[in-house]
Ligand binder design. Structure first.
Ligand code: NAP
Length: 491
């Protein structure tokens, strides 16, 4: 099955930070792939902007080298790259001074009126405000303008509020797209399709039938290359405040009245507002550390960041409660960390045991389990209990009903659309459903801030855990105290 590609009208997209890692690795390849898919028409203009002094020809040439491998990956027409590059130009520009802005203005002033204009802020957060202000003062905005803002959106509630205020002084909320690429993943949207498109799950989706829910986002990489950023951030700010909380919202929210941006985001916001404050003993912080003499630098967080006393966490696990009718009494266990045993993002919904087993003790205890894999191998598995085959009594076993999207959607062997492809095209189409609203971000910080303040007040030191492991032992205890255990970290 091949998804239908609906072309958009020609648009203008300016990528601020066009020479940076995110632009080169994600944004421009995503645009190229949408172009190859026939979704981006000729006449569209993609303008890269950064301080580096490239000419358009030089920028195109280095971009061509980057995108060349995408041609074979996507079985794209070799001419497609040359055609795509014709849409691309480059303007040297400094976001924090007046340098280059007149040139950008000149390029954009020949725009046909009414076309969608997207400004993608793929730069550090300190530049968000100055870019918004200059776009405004150089007359580069109109009602059809949209800005895309990357994470991190603030460092805490106060800075997120200040950022929201700055952006709001130049743009309506309907023009601001706060991106969290997790929301662009196929499975994340399928989560809503599975929950709200089927009768099967929703009647069981509550504390009466669900024992608990686990959300795991595990990475094998450490912080090398991002040391300074990570030291200011830590796992709580870098992952929990955005990706894991967004997943929690989608899992726990009430059905919105329609699949419409504000209806969906209203329901997500209600989840965050219903979260209880987390008890300190329901949180485990960890830091990866070398546990054997042969361990390398990458196994040692403190060595990597060059600070033997740092108490920044590279791992966090916590138990959350949502105080509402649907979820009262059902714990949500969330964990995320770096240098773990596997790279995986998985949501496990563990249903309760059947209230009474007619098969007796020897049949064992069996409960249904829905596993939602966000990466790798996006897909959903439902484990159901059946009779063990063969003669000799009634023994039960659990078997998976597996829906791998690669199989179901015919993407095996090819590349499924990347989250950035979907999200950028949503921006062009003006659909904010998969983007965070300002009040959502603030509410998430409002829940996270007291946790971090408590660590700071107590001088909390993260527990060491072995690189390549599943995290600190205390995280296992967090569940064992509740007679539960983490599902494996492997996808
Ligand atoms: P990066 O590699 O450091 O790139 C930063 C970009 O900003 C470069 O193109 C740089 O180019 C440009 N820049 C810096 N100062 C500028 C100025 N005064 N005026 C104009 N351009 C300026 O950073 P990145 O990894 O691409 O990340 C960009 C943003 O996305 C950050 O907010 C980051 O937190 C976020 N993000 C990144 C990733 C990722 O995977 N990389 C993932 C999620 C979110 P010049 O030096 O040529 O000016």
């Amino acid at each position: 099955m091949v998804s239908k590609v609906i072309p958009v009208e020609p648009f203008d997209l300016v990528v601020f930070g066009a020479t940076g890692d995110l632009a080169q690795r994600k944004i421009l390849p995503a645009l190229f792939r949408r172009f190859c898919a026939g979704q981006i028409p000729h006449g569209t203009r993609i303008i890269g902007a950064a301080r580096s002094g490239f000419s358009t020809a030089a920028y195109r040439s280095q971009l061509a080298q980057r995108l060349d491998r995408d041609i074979s990956l996507n079985n794209a027409d070799p001419d497609a790259l040359a055609q795509f590059l014709q849409l691309v130009s480059y303007v040297p520009l400094d976001g924090s001074s007046e340098s280059g802005w007149s040139d950008l203005h000149d390029q954009l002033s020949v725009a046909e009126s009414g076309r969608v204009q997207v400004y993608y802020f793929s730069v550090g957060p300190a530049l968000f405000g100055p870019l918004a202000e200059r776009l405004h003062s150089y007359g580069l905005t109109n009602a059809a303008t949209r800005i895309v803002v990357e994470k991190p959106f603030g460092h805490d509630l106060a800075s997120a509020r200040a950022l929201n205020r700055t952006l709001a002084s130049h743009f309506d909320e309907g023009q601001i797209y706060r991106i969290d690429h997790y929301l662009g993943k196929e499975t994340v949207q399928n989560l809503m399709a599975v929950r709200f498109g089927n009768m099967l799950f929703e009647p069981l989706w509550n504390s009466q039938y669900v024992d608990h829910i686990q959300i795991t986002v595990a990475e094998t990489v450490g912080v090398r290359g991002r040391e300074a950023y990570y030291e200011r951030s830590g796992a709580m700010r870098d992952m929990m405040q955005n990706h894991l909380m967004q997943l929690l919202c989608l899992i726990a929210m009430e059905p919105p009245a329609k699949f419409d941006p504000d209806a969906v985001r209203d329901e997500k916001l209600k989840v965050i507002r219903a979260l209880d404050p987390v008890e300190p003993y329901h949180i485990v912080r960890g830091q990866y550390a070398p546990t054997h003499p042969a361990a390398g630098d990458d196994d040692d967080y403190r060595q990597t960041v060059g600070d033997q006393r740092t108490s920044t966490e590279s791992y966090v696990a916590l138990k959350a409660h949502i105080s509402n009718w649907r979820w009262a009494g059902t714990p949500f266990y969330l964990r995320t960390g770096k240098r773990l045993a596997a790279r995986s993002s998985v949501i496990n919904v563990l249903f309760k045991d059947a209230p009474h087993s007619i098969f007796g003790e020897e049949a064992g205890r069996h409960a249904n389990h829905l596993k939602i894999r966000l990466q790798p191998n996006e897909g959903i598995t439902l484990s159901v209990t059946i009779k063990e085959p063969g003669p000799g009594g009634m023994r039960l076993m659990d078997v998976p009903l597996d829906m791998s999207f690669a199989d179901a959607l015919g993407t095996k062997g090819g590349n499924p659309a990347d989250a950035y492809e979907r999200l950028i095209m949503d921006v062009v189409r003006g659909n904010q459903t998969l983007f965070m609203r300002g009040d959502e971000v603030e509410a998430a910080w409002g829940w996270i801030d007291p946790i971090i303040a408590d660590w700071q007040a107590r001088g909390d030191v993260p527990k060491p855990y072995e690189s390549g492991s599943t995290g600190p032992g205390d995280a296992d205890l967090l569940l064992r105290r509740d007679q539960r255990e983490w599902r494996g970290i492997n996808p």
